[in-house]
Every structure is written in structure tokens, then in C-alpha cells.
Design a protein. Structure first.
Length: 265
């Protein structure tokens, strides 16, 4: 989520708000459809600002922001493991596609990326540090949203409650547990809503680029195009953009608690 997402390349940010911003990013994508991050500014252990691409004509309502906040706190209550792995750039792009960069392309000179995963809910390229689990974040508040319609951006202001007790010291072993997660803590005056659970998931059998190549092959076959030179030139023109769209769609499914199947039923 930042222009310098190689391990150790960015200025160290507070793990508390860095992790909270990831959870708000996931929640905002579900509620507002904002799947691409523009920037994240983690100013302190209790305050951060997350800017996402937003094509809406109006600023989100307080009810929508409350829902973003609720889903983010549900992820805290699920106490999902947060893991960082250094991955060679070429390997990361092959496995995940270039959608991992959101709207922040990494300079070509950076050849090792920091890939962060939140349980089985999301994965993207983002600098650390992060807390070991979502349950250690504490209570998240989405204080307000600043709409920038000319830039098609939305800034979400995030505050963490100082002194809020963590959910647990050890993360859940799996985000696909059949038992219901614990309800949100009753500190708020409002009644706690059911926790949003992440659905069990199947393994993806193909990389986004392999999926894109398969789609192109099927389309060309249906159009009775067999000239290999034309097939190759078509793939060269559209493979990258289709791969990016697939990664975006997969991330959207992850956020909503689904696993996209790579094969038709």
C-alpha cells in the first residue's frame, strides 16, 4: 500500500495503525467497492489516514462508515494471523499479478517485495511492520471521510482507542473455522452485531496470468482464430490487463468472504 514496499525500504511506521489500516482497507472494499489503495499515512500508534480510489459522486454516509468500522472490528475479533513474507518481485508478480501494487507501482529497482496476508482474507504488497494478529489492534474507529471527487479519491480517517485491550495473545489457526467467532466487545453503547465470518476456501489451481491466458485461448477458439502469430500478438496486448482484472476480482471475493473458483462448475 505504499510507494516503497520492499522490506526495510520505507520509514518504519507504527505496527498498530499500519495493521488497522489494512483492516479498514478490507472493510471499505466490501462496503464501498474501493478495492484500490492510493496511499496510507500511519502518523502515530493511534491515528492514520487511508486514501482509496472512489468513484462515487457523494461522500459515504455515516451509516456506511459505521459499517466499515464494524467489519474492521469484526476482523479484530476474529484474531486472524497477520504474516509478512519477503518475495522476489518476479515470483510475486507471477503468483499474484500486478494487482498487489494497488495504485502504487513499485520502482523497478526494488526486486524484493514485502507481501502481507491477513488470515485468508487478503494479500497485497505493503511495507511493515504489522502486529502478529488482528486481535492485537484494539478498537478501531473510522472518524470521518474526506471526499476528493476531482481526484476520485476518498480519505478515511482512522483512530485507535488508547488502552483498548487486545482480543487474545495468540491468533486463530484458521479463518475458516466452523465455529462462530466471538461477538464484538460490548464497550460501545450500541448492541453488538454478528461477526462477519470468512467462508471456507478452496485452493486456487492457477495463477492470474494462467487464468488470463486460458480465457484468451477460449475466446480465440470460439472465434475460430487459429493463426499462431495472431494468437501471440493478442495475448501480448491484453494478457497483463486481464490478469490485473482477475487479481482485483479475486481480492474482492476474498474481502466478501468467498473463494473464487478457477474452473467452471
Amino acid at each position: 500500500d505504499d510507494e516503497m514496499a520492499s522490506k526495510g525500504a520505507a520509514k518504519k511506521r507504527p505496527a498498530e495503525t499500519n495493521t488497522a489500516a489494512q483492516l479498514v482497507k478490507i472493510a471499505a472494499a466490501q462496503v464501498l467497492g474501493t478495492t484500490l489503495t492510493v496511499s496510507a499515512d500511519c502518523r502515530s500508534k493511534t491515528h492514520a489516514r487511508l486514501v482509496v480510489e472512489f468513484n462515487g459522486s457523494d461522500v459515504p454516509s455515516r451509516d456506511q462508515l459505521d459499517l466499515v468500522q464494524k467489519i474492521a472490528n469484526d476482523l479484530v475479533q476474529q484474531n486472524l494471523p497477520v504474516k509478512e513474507v519477503a518475495v522476489a518481485r518476479a515470483d510475486a508478480e507471477t503468483q499474484f499479478g500486478k494487482g498487489i501494487y494497488d495504485k502504487l507501482p513499485i520502482p523497478e529497482a526494488v526486486q524484493e517485495l514485502n507481501i502481507v496476508t491477513v488470515g485468508e482474507v487478503s494479500s497485497n504488497c505493503c511495507p511493515g511492520p504489522f502486529l502478529p494478529s488482528t486481535g492485537q489492534v484494539g478498537s478501531i474507529k473510522v472518524s470521518r471521510a474526506n471526499h476528493r471527487p476531482k481526484k476520485q479519491e476518498l480519505e478515511l480517517v482512522i483512530d485507535l482507542e488508547e488502552g483498548a485491550a487486545p482480543v487474545a495473545s495468540s491468533p486463530s489457526s484458521s479463518s475458516s473455522s466452523s465455529s462462530a467467532p466471538a461477538p464484538v466487545s460490548g464497550k460501545s453503547k450500541k448492541a453488538a452485531s454478528p461477526v462477519v465470518a470468512v467462508a471456507p476456501k478452496k485452493e486456487i489451481a492457477q495463477t492470474p496470468e494462467q487464468m488470463a491466458a486460458s480465457i484468451i485461448d477460449q475466446v480465440l477458439k470460439a472465434a475460430n482464430i487459429s493463426d499462431q502469430a495472431l494468437v501471440d500478438s493478442t495475448k501480448a496486448k491484453v494478457l497483463s490487463s486481464i490478469s490485473h482484472d482477475i487479481v482485483t476480482a479475486l481480492n474482492d471475493y476474498y474481502v466478501k468472504g468467498f473463494k473464487a473458483s478457477t474452473r467452471p462448475n
